[in-house]
Design a protein around this ligand. Sequence first.
Ligand SMILES: O=C(CO)COP(=O)(O)O
Length: 301
Amino acid sequence: MGDDDAGLRTLSSFHHKAFDHKWSSCHRLTKLSKGDIQFSISALSSRMARKFFVGGNWKCNGRTEEVKKIVATLNEGLVPASDIVDVVVSPPFVFLPLVKSLLRSDFHVAAQNCWVKKGGAYTGEVSAEMLVDLEIPWVILGHSERRLLLNESKEFVGDKVAYALSKGLKVIACVGETLEQRESGSTLDIVAAQTKAIADRVSDWTNIVIAYEPVWAIGTGKVATPVQAQEVHAELREWLKVNTSPEVAATVRIIYGGSVNGANSKELAAQPDVDGFLVGGASLKPEFIDIINSATVKKNA
Ligand SMILES: O=C(CO)COP(=O)(O)O
């Protein structure tokens, strides 16, 4: 309570003031053509529409008591309001109902995977229908650990994304290159090919968040520099503009994942095309709250 609460309440009005300021700046630019102004306004609206997104991927971690502790920490955390940041945590399947039942209502849950089509005789799999039945709104698909360790191809991931969306789930779709691919200069080719496999199967991107997670940065402590992250995010957004539509490019959130922590998140969040994070190790720790709070960096953008 007190100062912190008041500070958080003012965040929302900051956002609106920033918008008002930029809106009036647009109208002062009298030398611009009507088309230019319309483009500026639509670019600005899109920019404002890309709400910051922070996902916590717990991977294959946790026992009941630990899970309860993490949720208790999250529930006490002071973070911006849900009109400023979307927060989604992704425990292993078996803990989804528990976490959902204990978690504060402004945070949401995600599964870490789901089956590629309707459930049935697929031992060990969990279907999109089951997640919908349990009111789990989000699912992470195409994580590099599944692509690499379980040989999930980009086409298979694309099929999964399309099926999950068709059942009403929202998808965090992961893409990213290995160190070898980066060093051979094929980062964008890889990321574009993984995104194309989704674009070939999906026309409505409203319920997709793309997570750019360079494999070399995952769990290594070797975070991409803000410049490296921004470069790929901007190139990926340009790819979307050319290969889907300018509207999709302007509105789809592209979040960064790979060794994000409470110390590096603000600088990364300040990059114009970094719309949030998918956090692994640090999402199990109290510093996840600091990462969520890096959403405030965008308030002056
Ligand atoms: O894989 C990740 C999130 O999906 C990132 O993991 P780390 O944050 O532990 O590097």
